[in-house]
Design a protein around this ligand. Structure first.
Ligand code: B12
Length: 216
């Protein structure tokens, strides 16, 4: 078993100490941060998801795995961030009101920071008003909204509707397991990304279109 598979298994076991140690070992062995993220940490959570869904494990186990995953993320974060020093722009991100899921959002943040953005994290259960206030305060070029529940997709729609009315509004990117490109089109958000890596790519595209619009 290679070190990435060991990380995956330690995430599944919810062993935070082991995940931290193995992530460090993987770096020393020359693995890239994105290999550790995708083939170790995310691979572990990808096993946990279906097990939770099938009632094979319950919330405490899921939380243990999530905590283990965060430990690994903390170890690789400096690597990701140091690879891109120049700040490209400001992105505000939060999980919409009523929704407490943040593992995926935090991974998106890591990838965005790794791509050179300054990210302001508003956390979980973020009401529309809080997004609006933070947009006024930080003047981000992009706002990211996360939702993991079908029930909070409605909240996402309502938050997007409000943000679309703002005078000089940032571009809006949305994501989360139940979110699709079709839903994105329906609610009028600017972009959808299925995972953390494509979120960073799409943020770059949104920044380019901002720059073109400013130059036009
Ligand atoms: C972990 C988890 C929890 C943890 C959350 C811990 C935490 N700190 O986040 C806890 C135990 C608290 C929890 C609670 C609940 N959960 Co829950 N949970 C999960 C689980 C197992 C994994 C989610 C996860 O972290 N996935 C891993 C990450 C990496 O994936 P991701 O979130 O999809 O993120 C990726 C992309 O979606 C995208 N992305 C995410 N956000 C964003 C944002 C932007 C801007 C962009 C561009 C991209 C993007 O990029 C990410 C990285 O690649 C899922 C099952 C599953 N398979 O998804 C259920 C799941 C989401 N939960 C579910 C439910 C029902 C609940 C509860 C209602 C359970 C209950 N009865 O109490 C509560 C709700 C609490 C609330 N109000 O939010 C259901 C939702 C069903 C539905 N269709 O609505 C799921 C699908 C499980 C199931 N099948 O039943 N949950």
């Amino acid at each position: 078993m290679n070190v990435l598979e060991e990380i995956r298994d330690a995430v599944i076991d919810g062993n935070a100490i082991k995940v931290g140690e193995l992530s460090q070992k993987a770096i020393e062995e020359g693995c890239t941060a994105s290999q550790i993220l995708n083939d170790g940490l995310i691979a572990g959570m990808n096993v946990i998801g279906p097990r939770f869904k099938n009632n094979e494990i319950f919330i405490p186990e899921v939380l243990k795995s999530a905590r283990a995953m965060h430990t690994g993320m903390d170890v690789i974060k400096p690597q990701i961030v140091s690879s891109n020093i120049q700040e490209k722009g400001i992105i505000l991100i939060g999980t919409v009101a009523g929704d407490l899921h943040d593992i995926g959002k935090n991974m998106v943040i890591m990838m965005l920071e790794g791509s050179g953005y300054k990210v302001i994290d508003l956390g979980i259960n973020v009401a529309t008003d809080k997004f609006v206030e933070a947009i006024e305060q930080y003047k981000p070029q992009i706002v990211g909204l996360s939702a993991l529940l079908t029930t909070t997709m409605k909240q996402m729609k309502s938050t997007v509707e409000t943000l679309l009315t703002l005078e000089s509004r940032p571009k809006i990117i949305i994501g989360g397991a139940p979110i699709t490109q079709k839903f994105c089109n329906e609610i009028g958000a600017d972009a959808y990304a299925a995972d953390a890596a494509s979120a960073a790519e799409i943020a770059n595209m949104l920044m380019e279109s901002n720059a073109k619009a400013a130059g036009a």
